[in-house]
Write a protein that binds this ligand. Sequence first.
Ligand code: C2E
Ligand code: MG
Ligand code: MG
Length: 553
Amino acid sequence: MKTTEYSVTEINQVIEAMSRLYDIVRLVDAEECRTIMVDEHGNLHYGSECFNVWSADQRCANCSSFQACRTNTSRDKVELFQGKRYQIQSIPISLRLLNATLWSCVMELIKIEEASVPLGNEHDDTVTVDYEYLIDHDELTRLYNMHALNKSIRATIMDHPDTDYLLVCGDISNFKLVNTLFGREKGNEILLGIADVLRQSCTEREVYGRIRGDQFLMLIPKECYHEVDFERGIQQIRGMIQSSRFTLRMHLGVYEITDRNMSIPVMIDRAVIARRTLHETSEHSIAYYTEEMLARQIQEQKVVSEFESALGTQQLRIFLQPQVDIYGHPEGAEALVRWILPNGKMAMPVEFIEVLERSDLICKLDQAVWEMTVMQLAKWKGTPFERLHLSVNVSPKDFYYIDVPNVLDSLCHRYAVSTKKLRVELTETVLADKRCDPVHIVERLQHLGFYVEIDDFGKGFSSLSLLKDIKADTLKVDMEFIRETKNMERSKIILRAIAGMARELGMQTVVEGVETQEQVDWLSSCGYAVFQGFYFSRPIDVEQFETKYKEIW
Ligand code: C2E
Ligand code: MG
Ligand code: MG
């Protein structure tokens, strides 16, 4: 028997709808006896062993999900466990992953009742009524839900084979924040407002509905699509919140249906993929799907799914790039992460840092890097390398999840390393983010004994205004902004002025990205004394670093 196929977007919506009817709704890998979760990026996560909900000793041969999986047909079963009756429906399904492969598992719908309730469940009627309602409509907005959209879109594109269609998927950027800042009521009001905008602007040639949460979907004939109309709708929605603290941004992803035989959920996933390329700070509100977006998404998914095990198997390591004086003698080094893949290849930060930032894993990576760095400082104790300091990078997102000064301080404490030896690089993104309270953070770090460095100074736009309020210890000046410029003379004037300014502010400097002797000569004539760049050394592994400098003292 053919099982029902769900896409990543669809399965979570189905689980959400079913959760209103059942006490437990979950996916299980019945062969492995493990529960599974699918996150919004399409990654599968294994959870607990599934039998731990009830009797551990009756699993597998007796397990309805195991049988459902083996026979590919739905199975029902009642289990008694700890005075409760578990009514389990096990439905084999197929999950279409983002890379288009099909993956089989079982959806378990479980009702829990007191064992004293007689068999032949008397709540069945009410359940049926609710279920029928939920099958086609979204409870809050009364728009079509995913099931109805699926059917209706399929019917529309098949009934009009000569019409070209676009799928438009939209959601609010950071909708969770709306609920947090303004309350759930306001959140619901906005969802209802979006539903009204859709009702008012759609004709009967279009199909529209709510997929889940703040995600809405629309099928529109290509000839009826005008970007300006959608921009206008976005503006209308933006006006639903008048606040200086928060701007309501709706983002849209558009997918043009080219292959009508493709399953609808997969088409929707493509619109969602386009939508995901837009971020809070994106200048555009509408993105159009391209094949490269899919490739990138699959690559990102790979990074996310392999990250945890890479962390556990020491594939993530620190490389050190020396910070040297004019004679090439090191004063310290920056710890930069590298991912050494099992095939021996090395992945660079640019290939994974942003992805990890987007999926909120960066904090784990950074803490691991900080720990490796502090451990290195501890190992150097009693050796000539003891005189060196090491700098670490901090991602803006770290501040949302952990108390960065506290974590760094605890690490130094645990490995008995002086906080003076660990320098903390903060970028403009951190320092300009008022939510992190940067002035206070810098003060706390310094109070604990850390040197604070402003990384990539000159790369951003608000560098100068930062210096007014933030009393950091070191400016790391980025040479990138003078590279490949036609205005070399002007850039030199700026670099010279930065050196003078740092001196007057009592700050040390490090110039990053130094690539030639000529640059070193000129920079030192401006008063710069510490350099970090390929001219002296690329980032190298710890062993190479130690070999390179062991003779120097
Ligand atoms: P960053 O902190 O500004 O690090 C300096 C980057 O400039 C390094 O790239 C380094 O290899 C590169 N660089 C140094 N000298 C030269 C030069 O002479 N010419 C050129 N063209 N480039 C030079 P890398 O290692 O690829 O790191 C890139 C960025 O990734 C870092 O910029 C930092 O923002 C981020 N990053 C690296 N490791 C970590 C980490 O552990 N955590 C976090 N959150 N971010 C990290
Ligand atoms: Mg850095
Ligand atoms: Mg830098």
